[in-house]
Design a protein. Sequence first.
Lengths: 575, 376
Amino acid sequence: MNASAPVVLECREVHKSFGPRAPALAGVSLSVPAGSLSALVGPDGAGKTTLIRLVCGLLRPERGALRVLGLDPVHEAQRIQEQVSYMPQKFGLYEDLTVRENLDLYADLHGVSREERAARYPQLLHMTDLGRFEARLAGQLSGGMKQKLGLACTLVRPPQLLLLDEPTVGVDPLSRRELWQIVRRLVHEEGLTVLMSTAYLDEAEGADRVIVLQAGRVLAEAAPGEITRLAAGRTYKLTPGAGESARTLQARLLGVESVIDAVPDAGAVRCVGAHPQCAPESGAQPVAPRFEDGFMVMLRGHQPPEAHSDIVLRRAPPQASGALIEVRGLLRRFGAFTAVDRVSFSVARGEIFGLLGPNGAGKTTTFRMLCGLLAPSGGVLRIGAVDVATAGDAARGQLGYVAQKFSLYGPLSVRENLEFFASVYGLHGAARRERIDWAMGQFELTGARGAAADLPGGFKQRLAMAAALLHEPRILFLDEPTSGADPLARRAFWRRISALAAQGVTVVVTTHFMQEAEYCDHIVIMDAGRVLAQGTPAEVRARAPRHADFEPTMEDAFIAVIEQARAAEAAAGVA
Amino acid sequence: MERAPSSDLRARLGRIGTLVRKEWRQMIRDPASIAMGVVLPVILILLFGYGLSLDVKNVPIAVLNQDGSGLAGSLIGRLQLSPYFAPRGVTSLHQAEQLLLRGRVSAIFTVPPLFARQVRASGASVQLIVSGADANTARIIEGYVTGVIEAWSAQRAPGLLAPVQVQSRVWFNAANDSRYFLVPGLIVLVMTLIGAFLTAMVVAREWERGTFEALFVTPVRGTEILLGKTIPYFVLGMAGLVLCVLAGRFLFHVPLRGSVAVLFAGSVLYVLVALGIGLLISSAVKNQLVASQVTLLATFMPAFMLSGLLFDLRSMPAPIRVVTYLLPARYYVALLQTTFLAGDVWAVIVPNALALLAMLGVLAFALGAITRKRLA
């Protein structure tokens, strides 16, 4: 990247708000030089999508100025739209059209000639590995393939600026990695300029420049290395002692005042200290900082840490001998499509059990069957001694469920929501009051005013968890609780979950953040309805190829497992 | 790289062609579009043609003959011959009342004792008890029974009963067949369904799935997107029209007294108005579910209830009648009923066509939402 490269995109003090809520963008200034790959990083609601839409001329800013390719997106939107390419969050594909027809549609609209197509299509299809699927309907592609087709459609002619809005969300790690490789090659070999938004911090490391957006403001605009350097000399690795799990060690470290961040990592705990060269505990091994460490240092500078008090249950769930949840050969078909294909696992009391996999892997379907919301097509499913298929209601009374989407009543207040759910669970009078007071206190909900719909994201999630725990269930189910949450909220969430598990609540959780598997006692990795790997995080990690210089991550393991599965499938196909 | 400027007319036409082709492919591959654009109109045609009828035919009535004379027998024979009634003999008034209460018969026809003697003496009366649950049908039954009696007495006992003969004619619907005005109504419903409802759904789907967003950031102009949506559904609407007219003509033998040209010109206007409304609603709400609800309430239901297709506009309360002036379907129904049943009556056609034209102008003006290519 050249420092004197012409600026392709420039924003100065851009403001944009929707209705009476907090502004989506509150004075954003940034610039994107030609020939670079810039990552726009931030949690859900940070303003990433709004910013990209402003750049495309799809929205008007309230205040401030934007220049895109030297043009004004307010008055010269059409000319900008002719030169840039944009992939919206949902990929912008026509699901009723085939791969080829989608490409043709965009090539036609961009006026790409027959000869140009003849040269460009083979390249695009090779790069995205979609050549075999040219005649398949886009709606029947996997998430990763859709994302690559969406990208190919933006590249039917070389754009002056490529804008990608969260292209990697909900996609499996292998596809994510492949997409980044493609984009990086385009930037470095063809000189493309790319602005790409993402909620995954680990992706930012692969960009030339990082723009960190939080609550409509730019926190930093720098090379990823500069942000990583903020944590230089402050990162350590601690190995849990005998009788201690990585999770409990992490929870203890987060309580230490001189610790900014601690996360479980490959069986140990990664820790970021508040001051350089000051190890939090004896035995801490200094390690090289990562982008996320620097990010946390920066974030803590803007946001003081939440005061934490761990949740304390009134009484622990009853003891259980053997597995509390038993799943054997679980099967679910929707017509000809098998969403869950003979899945088996068991979960012990007080365990955190993780169900991992990309969108469409079958996690949510498995979950719904566990909760008795969906009847299995086959297999055995027991909770405690109860068969969920025949005694769904009895099983349901023992579990709490937090759905993927905020499923409480938006117009009701926090207390009204809790009162409603308590009544649904059959709590009345003094018992109900006592449970609600417990929930409001333990989940720090007392400060909330007004309708639940208007609460910030983290608050909503606490409320949803509180509602699911009112009837003191033995098992708590959480579907994608951390997707789209910022790193601080995610850490707070896992801390709460660890505390619940320590007191005997069994937790089953789905996530597509592979690192979060480290918080779990046991995990199952699913893809396309099948279990690819299961065991403790260490056992699963061991399936990744060994490396001399670094410990393989859960993501490396996942990719290795997928590649092995695909190779086996291909071999079976040949034979 | 040599490329024609994107504002070039050929480039514009090419892009519109691309969008129309895309729309067409989606239409034939999406079961929901086929259901709404083809299956539903066919069901409506069959329903309106065969199922729904406002005529009174084969009405079950209980007949209590307390006289037993030949004269009474001949009167009852008249009722039996009439295509409007399905008489059923009963032996007591109690039995007849039970049948009426259970809804098995719609009326009780009683010939009193000594009927024959009274007819010959001073004049007799028969009793008719009609179930008033459906006032409209009750009045029709009453009329038909009176008609039967008058015809019978004129023939059987001339001079005994009032010799006044009522001669009535029903204009336009000489056969008094409700299909004659239901078929034009059917066309209105099919056009509304395809023009407004289907269009609203497909446009809302583009907003919902984010495809418009991707489409907007290309050289395509807003007006081109608008035309790319309008052309295929316009063609589909016209196909629906042809289907309905053919079904009306050959399946239900409804006459077309006006000219085909007027029929098609009026339909073109109405389909364009319906398309405009569908586009407007879907661009305002950008959500398939809400778009379908709003379109149903704003176009389909009023076309059904308030357009004059089922209920006479003149008998509506004044405030509701005022509302009907805002409904495009009202003008189209007037146009259709005139061309089908009366002929090319220009005094009716011209003002109604002008009203539709004015609405089209307003809609074209309001459709800036899509042509501006903005999300909010």
